[in-house]
Design a protein around this ligand. Structure first.
Ligand code: SF4
Length: 348
């Protein structure tokens, strides 16, 4: 079986070339074809000699990520199902700006795992098994594919990337970090890390690791309840990563990086939408400099949660604002094609 060439570091590729009688500087050219130019075959590498392309072809493969299906929402959101080299499917979403809502924003939401091992009760992916982690190239390729869609459909490149698709990014730490490195490196897509947000369900140990690694990207915590008893009910990961532990970890992250975190909070009807819940959330925001994104819920067939009503939402957000908390209310996008937060499940 041929080796996946994109699993080699530039240094390893250079060594391999030298061992096979080629000049080491070719590694840089090949690296550029593989990442910056997203070549799909060695034949495209026209600045390499034919024998060299043949040599590479005999030993290596470039694993493709193909768009299996694509659906367009009435609000302009485009959801893609991507087929990986082994037949598994993951989903990614292109979210263009709403008319008056930051017109230059063009966001890609990408997956980090096939399925998910966490079992958040409100999330369609949480009802699938985790099959495997994505490697860095598979995450990178989603960004490239969605960027292409942005250019084709909206004439502009991506402005933001969120790791909020299928999977828990911090349980695929090494590959997620590697993918961010590729997306931000001048040899890759050259995007600013400030345009990237990694969203976690809350793995305290790995949040501290992000702090130790002094990452430059943004971190979001899917909070959804600021009381352990309620959070346990909807996010079983909370039993081993309590709010106390998460608060400590986020504080550590903030001290190491200086980056304000974002709390994602879905307002579920009659579950976490009371004034008491808002007070608990306010208390939790005092643990670490943070802003709050209130997200509209998208019902899924597997669960019984409902979105709260607009008046309750206004009251909840108003209370937080009156306490000086920065609150953004995020309207859901792509609901009609199951592309909204929590709805990605590889349905075709
Ligand atoms: S919300 Fe995220 S962490 Fe939770 S089950 Fe869904 S994909 Fe996994």
């Amino acid at each position: 079986m041929k080796q996946d060439i994109r699993k080699l570091t530039p240094a390893q590729l250079k060594d391999w070339l030298v061992q096979h009688g080629e000049q080491g500087f070719r590694a840089k050219q090949i690296h550029e074809w593989l990442w910056k130019k997203s070549a799909l075959s060695f034949d495209q590498m026209t600045n390499l000699s034919l024998p060299m392309r043949e040599l590479l072809n005999n030993h290596f493969e470039i694993r493709p990520l193909n768009v299996a299906t694509q659906q367009r929402s009435s609000d302009g959101t485009i959801k893609s199902s991507f087929r990986l080299f082994d037949g598994n499917l993951v989903e990614g979403v292109l979210i263009p700006a709403l008319r008056n809502d930051d017109p230059d924003r063009m966001t890609a939401c990408v997956s980090s795992q096939v399925g998910c091992s966490l079992t958040c009760k409100f999330c369609a992916t949480g009802y699938m098994d985790r099959k495997r982690n994505l490697d860095a190239a598979e995450i990178y390729d989603q960004v490239v594919a969605i960027d292409r869609q942005a250019k084709e459909n909206y004439g502009t490149s991506l402005s933001n990337i969120v790791y909020m698709g299928m999977g828990e990014p911090l349980l695929n730490y090494k590959n997620v970090m590697e993918s961010v490195k590729l997306i931000t490196s001048p040899e890759g897509l050259g995007m600013s890390p400030k345009r990237i947000t990694v969203s976690t369900a809350g793995i305290a140990k790995m949040i501290k690791q992000l702090g130790d690694d002094q990452v430059k990207f943004n971190l979001a915590l899917s909070l959804h309840a600021a009381n352990d008893q309620k959070r346990d009910q909807i996010m079983p990961i909370n039993e081993s990563n309590t709010l106390e532990a998460l608060g400590d970890a986020l504080n550590y992250f903030y001290k190491k990086t200086g980056t304000r975190v974002t709390f994602e909070y879905i307002l579920f009807y009659n579950f976490n939408d009371t004034l008491q819940d808002a007070k608990e959330l306010w208390a939790f925001t005092k643990r670490v400099p943070a802003k709050v994104n209130i997200i509209e819920y998208n019902p899924i067939a597997e669960a019984n949660f409902k979105n709260t009503d607009p008046q309750t939402l206004d009251k909840f957000a108003g209370f937080l604002e009156s306490k000086g908390v920065t609150v953004n209310v995020r309207r859901s996008r792509g609901k009609d094609i199951d592309a909204a937060c929590g709805q990605l499940a590889g349905k075709q």
